[in-house]
Every structure is written in C-alpha cells, then in structure tokens.
Design a protein around this ligand. Structure first.
Ligand code: TPP
Ligand code: MG
Length: 419
C-alpha cells in the first residue's frame, strides 16, 4: 500500500512515500473474503480517497471552516438533505442531554457523569457513517455515538446513576458495553474484527472509540499491532480532545500527531478536524468502506485522529479550572461544531428558524422523557451486584453474598443506604 511517512527531516516539510509490500499470507487471508462490488477503485462517495484516507498524517482533513463555509475545493459528503438535518438534530440532542445530565449530577440525581460537550461533531458524524451491521466499541464518553446507534438515553442515564442495567445493551443494537479502564476496549475491538474474519463475514466494520490519553497505553499498541498483522476490519477512532483529565496532549506523546502512530502498525493514520462533522463523516465513511472492502494494495484498518476539544470537565468529579485557562476553552468554543453545521445548513437552505424551533422542542421532550423513565425505574435488588460476573458464582462470592444477605436481614436495607 502507499503509505506516506515523514522522512528524516520533517521540519523541511518534505514527505517520502513508502510502498508497502503485502505479504503472501495476507493475500491468502484476503482471498477468503467475498468482495462486494464498488463502483470505482478510488472513489467512494464522490471524494477521491487519496484526499481523505491516503494523506499525510498531519494534513488535517476539513470540509467546513469555523464559519460554516465550505473550505476551498471541499465537497459535501453524499448525504441527503434529511440526513444532514438529522446529523444536526442528533448533535443538538446530545448537547442538550449533556447539559441536563451535568445539572442532574449537581442536584445529586446522578452519581457521576463524563460530559461530551464539544465532541458532538466527531461522535455523531462518525456513528452516522456506519452501516446497520457495523459495531461500535465505545469508551465511557460516547453517549452521542451510542445514541445514533440506538442506545436509549434512558440507559445512558441509568448507567451513570449507578444502575448496571444501563450497560445491558439491547440485543438488537451493535454496541459494545462501556469501557472505563482506559484503552481496554481496543484489543476487544480488534478481537471482534478478527472473529468476524474467522467467521468469514466480509461486510462488518468495528469502530473503536478512545481518547488521546489511551494512545499511551499498552492496550493501544497491542490492539493496533494485532489489527495490522491480521488485517482486521477495524476503524480506530481517537477522540483527541486535548486533555487526559489534567494531562495535556503535548505531554501525552512526543510525536507531532497521534495519527502518525498508525505507520508503526502498517496502515493509514489520518487527522480530521473533529469539530467539523462533515469532514468527520467523510473520513469515517471511507475508513469503514476500506475496512470492509479494501483495494488490493490497501490494509483494512485505519487510525483516525479527530482533533477536537472537551468544553466541560473530564467528569463531574473534576475541576478543569485548576489545570487549564478559560481563554483556551473560549478559543475552542469558536470552533463549536453545532453552530458551524447550523450555519451551513441555513445558508444552503436546508434548515430555517421554524425547523430549528421544532427540533429544539422535540429534543427538550426527548431528554425530559428519558430522565423521567430513568428516575421511575425501580432500583435494582442490591444482591444483583453479585450477578453477571461469572457464569457460575465462585465460592468466595457465594460467601460474600450470604454475608450481605445476613446484614440486610439483620439491619434492613434502609439502614444500609446513604442519605
Ligand atoms: C487503565 C486506567 N488507568 C487510569 C484510569 C484513570 N483515568 C480515567 S479517564 C483518564 C484519562 C483518559 O484520557 P483520554 O484517553 O484522553 O480520554 P478522555 O477522558 O479525554 O475522553 C484516566 C487516566 C483508568 N480509568 N484506567
Ligand atoms: Mg482526552
């Protein structure tokens, strides 16, 4: 495959192209897939993939500028007007959900919550690029992506209220469970992709989300290395929101970009403006297509670095004012993905004030209904915390459960509850 890598003197701005020789056994592996037809080898949705996937890892892909105008030479992804408005609606819904969830936590109605505000463009657009059979493998901040994939907002609320039933993904939705241990979901996603290959499925992609901090974990290296070696149908979507709690991106790694790390694993790494939903959609779409149906000289996996910003705190247990300046937040707010897309849609006559008003009213109701449904859900039996850990409960857990039941019997549940 044609892989563009920085040469020894990146400061000169020069890049060298390295031809990657595919090994014969990888070709054999590849042959076992049935190949679905694609209209043209190098065009996926009208934009040549040379412009989206095959680009230098520091050449950030953009479609809309900060004012919502098309950047020179950029093309709008092949989406209908309704789909573009749907993208906007989902982003607004995710933002409003976020505001309400933070407020609920402040009122003591949610235990803790990781806000996604600022990251809606990356989450919604990348998830919308997936086909129904594709999977997402999220971290703990992907409420927006999970929403697009069909996870009810009520379930997200239940999970952060401390009710594990919120993490019981409806069987018909291709969403993996929330992963709180950083990067642990990456090898899982690679494993899912590999399993799908072994089952001879050829039309399913596995999109794994993680943060900039996750790229420093061993699991990131292991997951991506394995994906390269076995050429698995994965898209690794890094939400580079500039911070890993209080650790800034510059202290996370000495590399210029996170995207360039893909070169070490033998597949493409691309950087996209994560505050530009149209650019994210296009890059994610092309990476998903490549995962399922690569050209002869392409590898299936792609690492996407979506450059964005977390407007809020890391979680509601965090106070970002102790480690970052408000001026930095304000500067990133000028790039907010929601007004950016809204301006584009209004300027191109796809959206008007009446439609915005009606979307906002629907969103208000949807979020209120989700909160009501979550809060009306009867609390789980406390003993259920012992369930679903092992297929057969080990003896030591049985003993703990017995002890737990004995103190419940002796003191009653009320005495064990915190006010
Ligand atoms: C293995 C592991 N180490 C440490 C933590 C504590 N921790 C929680 S979130 C976080 C930072 C993650 O940053 P990043 O990957 O950039 O994701 P973001 O929260 O910014 O979306 C850390 C260190 C953890 N959850 N798991
Ligand atoms: Mg981060």
């Amino acid at each position: 495959m044609a892989l563009v890598l920085p040469n020894q003197s990146t400061e000169t701005g020069q890049w060298v192209e390295i031809r990657w020789q595919r090994s014969p056994w990888k070709r054999l592996l590849r042959k076992s897939y049935s190949r679905r037809g694609r209209s043209s080898a190098h065009v996926r949705t009208g934009v040549p993939v040379t412009e989206t996937i095959h680009r230098a890892p520091d050449d950030t892909y953009r479609v809309l500028d900060e004012n919502g105008e098309l950047v020179d030479g950029a093309e709008v992804p092949d989406l209908t007007d309704d789909e573009l408005v749907e993208m906007y609606r989902y982003m607004k819904l995710a933002r409003r959900f976020d505001e309400r969830a933070v407020s609920l936590q402040r009122q003591g109605r949610i235990g803790t919550y990781p806000p996604l505000s600022g990251q809606e463009g990356a989450q919604i657009a990348s998830a919308m690029a997936l086909a129904d059979d594709d999977w997402i493998v999220p971290s703990y901040r992907e409420h927006g992506a999970s929403l697009v994939r069909g996870l009810p907002l009520k379930d997200t609320l239940l999970y952060w209220m401390g009710d594990e039933r919120g993490n019981a993904i409806p069987a018909e939705e291709n969403i993996f469970t929330v992963a709180v241990p950083i990067a642990s979901q990456i090898p899982h996603a690679t494993g899912m992709g590999w399993a799908s290959q072994l089952k001879d499925e050829s039309d399913t992609a596995f999109m794994c989300y993680f943060g900039d901090g996750a790229t420093s974990e061993g699991d990131f290296h292991e997951g991506l290395n394995f994906a390269g070696v076995y050429d698995t149908p994965n898209v690794f979507f890094c939400n580079n929101n500039q911070w890993a709690i209080s650790v800034p991106r510059e202290q996370q790694t000495a590399t210029d970009t996170l995207a360039q790390k893909a070169a070490a694993y033998g597949f493409e790494g691309v950087q996209v403006d994560g505050m530009d939903p149209l650019a994210v959609y296009q890059v994610a779409h092309d990476a998903i297509e490549k995962a399922k149906d690569p050209d002869e000289d392409e590898m299936r996996p792609t690492l996407i670095e979506a450059v964005q910003y977390r407007f809020g705190a890391h979680t509601t247990a965090d106070d970002p004012s102790v480690y970052r300046e408000e001026s930095e937040v304000e500067a990133w707010k000028d790039k907010d993905p929601i007004p950016r897309l809204e301006t584009f849609l209004v300027e191109t006559d796809r959206l008007d004030d009446a439609a915005i008003e009606s979307i906002e009213a629907d969103i208000e109701d949807a979020v209120a209904d989700a909160i009501e449904a979550a809060e009306e859900t009867p609390r789980p039996d406390p003993a259920s915390m012992f369930e679903n850990v092992y297929a057969e409960m080990p003896q030591r857990l049985e003993q703990q459960l017995e002890y737990f039941q004995s103190i419940r019997d002796e003191y009653g549940d009320e005495a064990l509850l915190e006010d």
